[in-house]
Design a protein around this ligand. Structure first.
Ligand code: PBG
Length: 327
């Protein structure tokens, strides 16, 4: 055989394989999503998300300690309020669940970096991500409440806000509100390219945020569309977003890759609850190897262009990265 090029030459030895790796990661890029709930003495496992919990504020410090010990420095907070109403008023209440969690967290673990999900769906009685007029989610009226929510998070100590509602114009509305109150340096991570996805199923159980009627297709994106992802991303760049997210991760790597190439902003990929639940279920049945699957999923997101990875496996991944088992 007169083969000049042999791809296998670079695969013959583990040290060499590591030398020529194109994708390298470290745990500083991981964000761990966490659920905080009104009440006391609560640490309840989310049935569809084995190993993930809802924590009341008194239990939160123990959970944060685990996060810090695992080597994860960034968290994303989601709140589950005791009372929901049509306007989602607990989302922007000064003593709302996320606001209190921030104060407690910042006091106990100031070294962690606190990002908050800004949305209405966990707080509205109807479960939609905005204010309703009849059965329609009213875009512009929702912007005011989102801006108020983001500001209240920052005033309670949030280091960064992450709007996930998919209303038009929310990045600008939030940016202007934060600036007006002197928070010019607080970054916004936009869930810029967020698809209407069945992969959010377990999250909605966790947060009790499934819409009471209809679905989210009038605001979240249609998953048949790829170029529209760019349109949404570029719009958010124009409105002042600092970081762009694509969500979900695994089935949307084409979109992630497009947006990463078309913009110069740091890119985040969110491996959502359904991805986590599938891996957990498959592993429990013994059909797949959990660690290997999780590592492969994570690397694929970074390979596609992610700089930041949100995952319910953040604590495990940080350990595997440290031990050199991944990345
Ligand atoms: C709030 C929000 C959702 C998720 C993140 N922020 C749910 C939704 O849009 O229905 C999903 C996260 C996950 O599934 O892990 N809008």
């Amino acid at each position: 055989m007169e083969l000049i090029q042999r791809g296998r030459r670079l695969r013959g030895h583990e040290t060499l394989r590591r030398m020529v790796r194109e994708t390298r990661m470290d745990s500083s890029s991981l964000i761990y999503p966490m659920f905080v709930i009104d009440g006391e003495n609560i640490k309840e496992e989310i049935p569809s998300m084995e190993g993930q919990y809802r924590y009341s504020i008194d239990q939160l410090p123990y959970a944060l300690e685990e996060v810090a010990k695992a080597g994860v420095s960034n968290i994303m907070l989601f709140g589950i309020p005791a009372h929901k109403d049509p306007l989602g008023s607990q989302a922007y209440a000064t003593d709302g669940i996320v606001q209190r969690a921030l104060r407690e967290g910042k006091k106990r673990f100031p070294e962690l970096y606190y990002i908050t999900d800004v949305c209405m769906c966990e707080y509205t009685s109807h479960g939609h991500c905005g204010v309703l007029q009849g059965e329609k989610v009213e875009n512009d009226a929702t912007l005011e409440l989102l801006a108020q929510t983001a500001l209240s998070h920052v005033e309670a100590g949030a280091d960064m806000v992450a709007p996930s509602d998919m209303m038009d114009g929310r990045i600008l509305a939030i940016r202007q509100r934060l600036d007006l109150h002197g928070h010019k340096e607080t970054p916004i991570m936009s869930y810029a390219v967020k698809y209407a996805s069945a992969f959010y199923g377990p999250f909605r159980e966790a947060a009790g945020s499934a819409p009471a009627f209809g679905d989210r297709k009038t605001y979240q994106m249609d998953y048949h569309n790829r170029r529209e992802g760019l349109k949404e991303a570029l719009q958010d760049v124009a409105e002042g977003a600092d970081i762009l997210m694509v969500k979900p991760a695994m089935s949307y790597l084409d979109v992630l890759s497009d947006v990463a190439q078309a913009t110069h902003l740091p890119m985040a990929a969110y491996s959502v609850s359904g991805e986590y639940a599938m891996v957990k279920a498959g592993a429990r049945l013994g059909y797949i190897e959990e660690e290997k699957i999780v590592c492969e999923m994570a690397v694929s997101a970074y390979r596609a262009g992610a700089d930041i990875y949100l995952t319910y496996y953040a604590k495990e991944l940080a350990g595997w990265m440290r031990e050199g088992r991944i990345g």
